[in-house]
Design a protein around this ligand. Structure first.
Ligand SMILES: *Cc1c(COP(=O)(O)O)cnc(C)c1O
Length: 388
């Protein structure tokens, strides 16, 4: 019987009963670059840390188990993971990508992948008919759901029917919900991307990235590529991400509970013209979320009545930090226009609805009374023009 996901955050079934590592409960950090061979033509299975490292393998097995994949690769950042993924493609290949994506992914596709001969159709995957964009050179569809930052929701299983029919890959960046709330491979995706710097690590202290697949052929190719290009995650960082994953379940639950309260509070504010949170029944993706996820996550995007109001919020928050990134225990507020999405061409930004009065909250695990208390104070000061 497959264990529940909270348990899989803590225990690997295939390592139980083994007496290695002196029974250490916390998996050790193998801080070594290389490994001695017992003799000529013999190996312990470990040759050089770019290729194999026990601490990295332990983490990779954990993440593979959380996503129900057969293999996971741990990389130095989320962008290193997406860069490695792009090595699966060749000049002449065509990819369909969602138009609302993490800004760094758009920058990579436009400035690096295109130079390498890969072309893209950037479309709204949750509203447009993806099939009409598939041509004979199309090799993959790449999406986020919910998207960053507009929280558009795509039906993964429906899209997988199309990609399977045309024998092309479906790749899902699952950073926003983490494997705790959503498992794209179980819905028909072929490859899952994570920025481990976010919910998996969970503490705003370490960068990491993952690629997870349930296909032998993709795993084999990616293993060759990581060994060749060399962006595997360092042992100490593997340890930190592994430790973060242990509490993924309770962190996600608490952050979501807080997010639900804050989304409700924001919805009642006169200065807020729109709250985009898939946990709200009015969100257009709410029903799809209920079908394909176990939760709604803790990311909220909202529009204020003016740019000045948005900037004033950023100036006045104290405990809530004005910073980019997401998915950690501390609540962060982001200004997508100048931070995460600064390099996205203005016309794409506008089409996606990201304006200079859009803010994005990554809700953490503080007591919600304190989060709401601070937001109430900030809004009160702005609405009453107090300068404190
Ligand atoms: C942060 C992020 C990335 C990039 O990850 P890094 O670890 O910062 O390189 C990719 N996709 C999404 C959705 C992200 O939020």
């Amino acid at each position: 019987m497959v264990r529940e996901i909270e348990t899989r955050c803590l225990h690997l079934e295939d390592e139980e009963g083994c007496s290695d590592n002196y029974g250490a409960i916390s998996y050790p950090i193998y801080q070594t670059a290389t490994y001695a061979h017992p003799g000529v033509g013999k190996s312990t299975g470990y040759d050089y840390t770019r290729l194999q490292n026990p601490t990295r393998e332990h983490l990779e097995k954990t993440v593979a188990s959380l996503e129900s994949g057969i293999d996971a690769l741990a990389l130095s950042t989320g962008m290193a993971a997406i860069t490695l993924m792009m090595e699966l493609f060749e000049p002449g290949d065509h990819l369909i990508v969602d138009s609302d994506l993490y800004g760094g992914s758009i920058r990579l596709f436009q400035n690096v992948s295109e130079k390498n001969g890969v072309s893209f159709s950037s479309i709204d995957c949750c509203r447009e008919n993806v099939e009409t964009y598939i041509n004979e050179n199309t090799k993959a569809v790449y999406i986020e759901t919910p998207t960053n930052p507009m929280m558009n929701v795509t039906d993964i299983a429906e899209l997988a029917k199309i990609t399977k029919k045309h024998n092309i890959l479906l790749i899902v960046d699952n950073t926003f919900l983490s494997p705790y709330f959503q498992n794209p491979l179980l819905l028909g995706a072929d490859l899952v991307v994570h920025s481990g710097s976010k919910y998996l690590g969970g503490h705003n202290d370490t960068l990491a990235g993952f690629l997870v697949t349930d296909r032998e052929d993709i795993s084999e190719r990616l293993r060759f590529l990581i060994k060749t290009t060399g962006a595997g995650l360092a042992p100490f960082d593997c340890f930190l991400i592994q430790r973060g994953i242990k509490t993924l379940g309770i962190r996600m639950e608490k952050a979501q509970e807080n997010a639900m309260e804050i989304a409700g509070w924001l919805s009642g504010q006169n200065a807020v013209t729109k709250v985009i949170y898939p946990g709200l029944a009015k969100h257009p993706g709410h029903e799809i979320m209920k079908k394909q996820t176990r939760g709604f996550g803790a990311m909220i995007t909202f529009q204020l009545e003016s740019k000045d109001f948005a900037l004033a919020v950023l100036e006045k928050v104290r405990m809530i930090k004005f910073a980019e990134s997401l998915g950690g225990v501390e609540t962060l507020i982001t200004y997508p226009v100048t931070q995460t999405h600064a390099d996205v061409p203005p016309e794409i930004r506008e089409r996606n609805g990201i304006t200079d009065s859009t803010l994005r909250l990554s809700v953490g695990i503080e007591n919600s009374k304190d989060l709401l208390g601070e937001l109430e104070q900030v809004f009160y000061e702005i609405e009453n023009n107090l300068s404190i």
